[in-house]
Write a protein that binds this ligand. Structure first.
Ligand SMILES: [Zn+2]
Length: 428
């Protein structure tokens, strides 16, 4: 579909969904009234910026049914988010919602090269989590054969993968890595002879290019990203194509925007910012300008695969992590990617922000790889200057870099902690 046609379709669908939510949901009516915008003000997709944003807190505050737009008699399924504290977010789907969700997943599978002839091992958890049933319905929609394996029970996973000749694997990238390692350690399984996997659809957690390389070489597959979130639908909001050069978003169903998380204004096309979605077709629990907190950028150039739908770059982090230093927005993920561009550093770093005499201080400890550690001062100063210059050009402010010996920055178990903002502990 050419982009002009797509825009027409998006416009038509936005006009409808705005009126539908205004007429059926008190939450939307109140928010739009507060913002002084009426459904009749929304004439095309260009008017979307007139609409108020919503966020996770709204879905929690209106738990469980407060943002549902369809009556319960038309809701055919619930899912829920995996919140660790407090109430989860409950999503309700009509039959049309489930059909569109499956369509999104089926498009992803098609982009990975899957057909009716494939056997899909769905090792995402089944249950409240959207991964299992989402991949399941999409696989069936494509006409592939689905093995509803769910997660866990690794030896049985490997046995059925071999015996049934599964060709596609759907799970989280970390579980795929665990499976790959278990296969490598299994004396009865030869990855070349016994395993028929061709591709993997990996999502539900952020992953890197390095992880992709590892999964592709260990499992002898092509590893593809599948993106989604429960608040918007589930997996299958978008997926990569054979070129693995950005995740295509199915923007006829899920309209994406990128905003500056501070000013909430749309960024210039191609710039990094926070991803926002409007569901153009959802009936059960639509969302309008939902702030995902995911930081990424959108690529509007036509892809080599021929698809015209927009591509999303890798998720670089969460807008919740953003710091404001000397008035500039700084994301730890940006610092990290600058450090990783210089091969002498191993990627371990720690940022300390403070305020001294009303001026923000900004210090970064970075670790060297052992093989580059030397007492040659010139080499160290040169490295320091290279990283400083790179950070100044990307961030627009100058940090003080401290190069430290390998293994001096504390490692944390689980989610790595990279920032100490001492300003938070001071009375201003
Ligand atoms: Zn493509």
């Amino acid at each position: 579909m050419d982009r002009a046609k797509l825009r027409e379709l998006q416009s038509e669908r936005l006009v409808k969904i705005v009126k539908y939510t205004y007429d059926n949901v008190q939450f939307y009516r109140e928010r739009m009234d507060e913002a002084g915008v009426k459904p009749s003000d929304i004439k095309s997709i260009d008017d979307i910026s007139k609409l108020p944003f919503m966020q996770k807190k709204d879905l929690r505050d209106y738990y469980p049914y407060g943002t549902f737009a369809a009556p319960l008699k038309d809701i055919v399924r619930f899912h829920a988010s995996s919140g660790t504290t407090g109430k989860p977010i409950v999503a309700g789907y009509t039959q049309n919602d489930l059909d569109n969700w499956a369509e999104g997943v089926a498009r992803c599978l098609t982009a990975y090269g899957a057909t009716k002839d494939d056997i899909l091992q769905v090792s995402y958890g089944y249950g409240l989590f959207t991964g299992g049933l989402g991949a399941h319905d999409g696989g069936q929609k494509l006409g592939a054969t689905v093995l509803p394996m769910s997660s866990g029970n690794t030896s049985k996973q490997i046995m059925l993968m071999k015996d049934l000749g599964c060709t596609g694997l759907c799970c989280t990238p970390s579980y795929a890595l665990f499976l790959a390692e278990s296969i490598a350690e299994d004396p009865d399984t030869d990855i070349e002879k016994d395993i028929k996997l061709k591709f993997g659809a990996f999502g539900a957690e952020p992953w890197t290019e390095n992880m992709r390389k590892e999964l592709e070489s260990k499992l002898r597959i092509k590893a593809y990203d599948i993106y989604g979130l429960t608040e918007v639908s589930g997996p299958g909001v978008g997926g990569e194509c054979e070129y693995q050069d950005g995740t295509h978003l199915w923007e006829d169903m899920f309209y994406p925007e990128i905003i500056d998380p501070v000013t909430l204004q749309p960024v210039e096309p191609g710039q990094q910012g926070e991803l926002v979605f409007t569901t153009l077709l959802k009936e059960g629990m639509p969302v309008i300008r939902y702030r995902t907190r995911d930081l990424t950028h959108l690529i509007y150039d036509k892809c080599r695969c021929g698809r015209t739908m927009v591509r999303m770059g890798r998720i670089l982090g969460r807008s919740d992590d953003m710091m404001i230093i000397r008035g500039v927005n700084v994301f730890p993920s940006t610092i990290e990617s600058c450090i990783l561009e210089i091969p002498e550093f191993n990627g371990q770093y720690f940022v300390t922000v403070d305020r001294v005499k009303n001026v923000d201080t900004f210090d970064i400890d970075v670790e060297l790889r052992p093989e580059f550690y030397t007492d040659n001062m010139d080499k160290m100063l040169n490295l320091k200057a290279r990283l400083t210059m790179r950070l100044v050009s990307v961030l627009g402010i100058k940090p003080v870099i401290h190069i430290v010996e390998p293994n001096t920055i504390a490692r944390s178990q689980g989610k790595a902690k990279h920032v100490l903002d001492k300003r938070q502990f001071k009375n201003e």
